[in-house]
Design a protein. Structure first.
Lengths: 112, 116
């Protein structure tokens, strides 16, 4: 079993829809949770960073962490074609983004 | 924002040759840099962690003699793939951890290596 499971998709939704991306994990030591966006053949870009359980909102993006269920989510509101990318969840038991364990990534396409 | 420059963005080489990939933090100092490998439609797999001025720490299964990592300064780390073979063809990505921005890991744009 992988430490971090993420549905690779692909996921295709119409413009303006609410997108929900999810990851599950097995290591209860994970405390730091991140979502990255990666465009094709580019390095990942940090979107959201969350410590422990709870919600965090930044513009159209909301990250949720449920440690009791070992489940994290990223919601994208009012999705735009420019949001089309691969979204990677990542997590670590260590502060400072050390030793990140990544999910496989979900390929998302927003259709105009 | 913090910028990490990775060069080259793509390289094609013959089997048996060595290839060097550079990773530079342009506007911040990076005490720690990480090297990842990514196969198509797969996630990033951490290969090694390098700290400035000390030997790199390699993940299990990564050959340290094949993937030479040097982190000679706070702004530069290099990965050299020695005696490259076709199975080494992959997308290599570096990332750097800022001394002052502890939460964030900044990624380079990646290097696509193709070994013929």
């Amino acid at each position: 079993q992988k430490e971090v499971e993420q549905d690779p998709g692909p996921l295709s939704v119409p413009e303006g829809a609410i997108v929900s991306l999810n990851c599950t994990y097995s290591n209860s030591a994970f405390q730091y949770f991140m979502w990255y966006r990666q465009y094709s053949r580019k390095g990942p870009e940090l979107l959201m960073y969350t410590y422990s359980s709870g919600n965090k909102e930044d513009g159209r993006f909301t990250a949720q962490v449920d440690k009791s269920s070992k489940y994290i989510s990223l919601f994208i509101r009012d999705s735009q074609p420019s949001d089309s990318a691969t979204y990677l969840c990542a997590m670590s038991s260590l502060q400072g983004a050390q030793k990140l364990v990544f999910g496989q990534g979900t390929r998302l396409t927003i259709n105009p | 924002g913090a910028v990490v420059s990775q060069h080259p963005s793509w390289v094609i080489c013959k089997s048996g040759t060595s290839v060097k990939i550079e990773c530079r933090s342009l506007d911040f100092q990076a005490t720690t840099m990480f090297w990842y490998r990514q196969f198509p439609k797969q996630s990033l797999m951490l290969m090694a962690t390098s700290n400035e001025g000390s030997k790199a720490t390699y993940e299990q299964g990564v050959e340290k003699d094949k993937f030479l990592i040097n982190h000679a300064s706070l702004t530069l780390s290099t990965l050299t793939v020695t005696s490259a073979h076709p199975e080494d063809s992959s997308f290599y990505i570096c990332s750097a951890k800022s001394v002052t921005i502890n939460e964030k890991l900044f990624f380079g744009s990646g290097t696509q290596l193709s070994v013929l």
